[in-house]
Design a protein around this ligand. Structure first.
Ligand code: NAD
Length: 298
C-alpha cells in the first residue's frame, strides 16, 4: 500500500485526504489548525504531529495550502520540508499559486533528486468531496503517469499542460475567465431586473442562449434563482471572493511577466477587490454582484 503525506486539510485538502483513505492509501496528514486535524481524524485520516513527521516514510507528498507564501515557506530553506522528504518520493502541490513559485519549488525538488508536479484543481469543495476534481498538471509527462493512480482517487479529469508551472498558468487562465464571466453575468441580470424582468426567467433564457455559462446554470449570482447556489443561502459556502481575488492577482502578475494585455481580467480583479473591501471577502465570489446591484433590496 502506498504511503501518502498530506499537508493542508482545509476546505479542499480535508475531503481530498479522506478520499485517498477511501481508495485504500495509507495517509499521514498535517495541518496547523487543530480543528482541521480533528475533522480529518474523524474521516479516518492518520494525523501527524508535524509536517516533518507526516513525510517521514512517505512515498508521495501532497500539499494543499492557501497561497504561494505558504507553499514556499513549507518546502524551501535550510529547514524546509524538501530536505526531509525521503529519497525517491514524489511531491505534488495542488495549491493554486504563482507559476514562478511553482517553478522555484520544482527546482528545489530537482536539486534534491525528487520528482515534482504542480497539480492545481478545479471543481470546488463539491468536487473535492465527490472525488470529481479536475487536475491541471505541470511537470514531466512520465512523472504524471506515476502520479495518475493517486490523482484518480481524488478526481476524474487530468490534463497535462506542459513543464513545471504550466499547470498553474492554465489554472489562472480558467479562473480569470470565470471571474470575468461571473461579474458579466451578474451585471446582465441586474440590468434585466432594473427593467422589471424576472431574474429566474431571464436566467433560464440565458442558459439556453448564446451567453450560457456555469455562472448562469450552476452558480447563478442572483438570490433565489437556483436553490443550491451560494447566492440563495446568503452567498455562504462555495469559492471565496478573496480566493478569486488572489487568483486574479496571480493572473495579472503572469500577464505582466510575458507582456500580455488582460484588460477584462484587471477590471474583474478591481470588482472583487471592491467586494472584499465592502466586507464580503469571505463570501462566495458570486457575491461580486453586490458591487453592481442592491441584491438585498429586490
Ligand atoms: P483553506 O484555507 O480552507 O485551507 C488551507 C489549509 O492549509 C488550512 O487548514 C490551513 O490551516 C492550512 N495550512 C496553511 N499553512 C500550513 C502549513 N504550513 N502547514 C500545514 N497546514 C497549513 O483553503 P482551501 O479552500 O482548501 O484552498 C486550498 C487551495 O486550493 C488554495 O490555493 C485555493 O485557491 C485552491 N482552490 C480552492 C477551491 C475552493 O473551492 N475552495 C477550488 C479550487 C482551488
Amino acid at each position: 500500500m502506498q504511503r501518502i503525506a498530506f499537508i493542508g486539510l482545509g476546505n479542499m485538502g480535508g475531503p481530498m485526504a479522506a478520499n485517498l483513505v477511501k481508495a485504500g492509501f495509507q495517509v499521514q496528514a498535517f495541518d496547523l489548525s487543530a480543528a482541521a486535524l480533528e475533522t480529518a481524524r474523524a474521516a479516518g485520516v492518520g494525523v501527524a504531529a508535524s509536517a516533518i513527521e507526516a513525510v517521514r516514510e512517505a512515498q508521495v507528498v501532497i500539499s494543499m495550502l492557501p497561497a504561494s507564501r505558504h507553499v514556499e515557506s513549507l518546502y524551501l530553506g535550510d529547514a524546509g520540508l524538501m530536505t526531509q522528504i525521503p529519497a525517491g518520493a514524489l511531491v505534488i502541490d495542488c495549491s493554486t499559486i504563482a507559476p514562478a513559485s511553482a517553478r522555484k519549488v520544482a527546482q528545489a525538488a530537482a536539486a534534491r533528486g525528487l520528482e515534482m508536479l504542480d497539480a492545481p484543481v478545479s471543481g470546488g469543495t463539491a468536487g473535492a468531496a465527490a472525488a470529481t476534481l479536475t487536475f491541471i498538471v505541470g511537470g514531466d509527462a512520465q512523472v504524471l503517469e506515476r502520479a495518475r493512480p493517486v490523482l484518480s482517487a481524488m478526481g476524474k479529469n487530468i490534463f497535462h499542460m506542459g513543464d513545471a508551472g504550466a499547470g498553474q498558468v492554465a489554472k489562472l487562465c480558467n479562473n480569470m475567465a470565470l471571474g470575468v464571466i461571473m461579474a458579466a453575468t451578474g451585471e446582465a441580470i441586474a440590468l434585466g431586473v432594473a427593467h422589471g424582468l424576472d431574474p429566474s426567467t431571464l436566467s433560464q433564457m440565458m442558459a439556453v442562449s448564446t451567453s450560457r455559462s456555469w455562472a448562469t446554470e450552476v452558480c447563478n449570482p442572483w438570490p433565489g434563482v437556483l436553490e443550491n447556489a451560494p447566492a440563495s443561502r446568503g452567498y455562504t459556502g462555495g469559492f471565496g471572493n478573496d480566493l478569486m481575488l488572489k487568483d486574479l492577482g496571480l493572473a495579472a502578475e503572469a500577464a505582466v511577466a510575458v507582456g500580455s494585455a488582460v484588460p477584462l481580467g484587471e477590471l474583474a480583479r478591481n470588482l472583487y477587490s471592491m467586494n472584499s473591501k465592502a466586507g464580503n471577502g469571505g463570501l462566495d465570489f458570486s457575491s461580486v454582484v453586490k458591487m453592481l446591484a442592491d441584491v438585498e433590496a429586490v
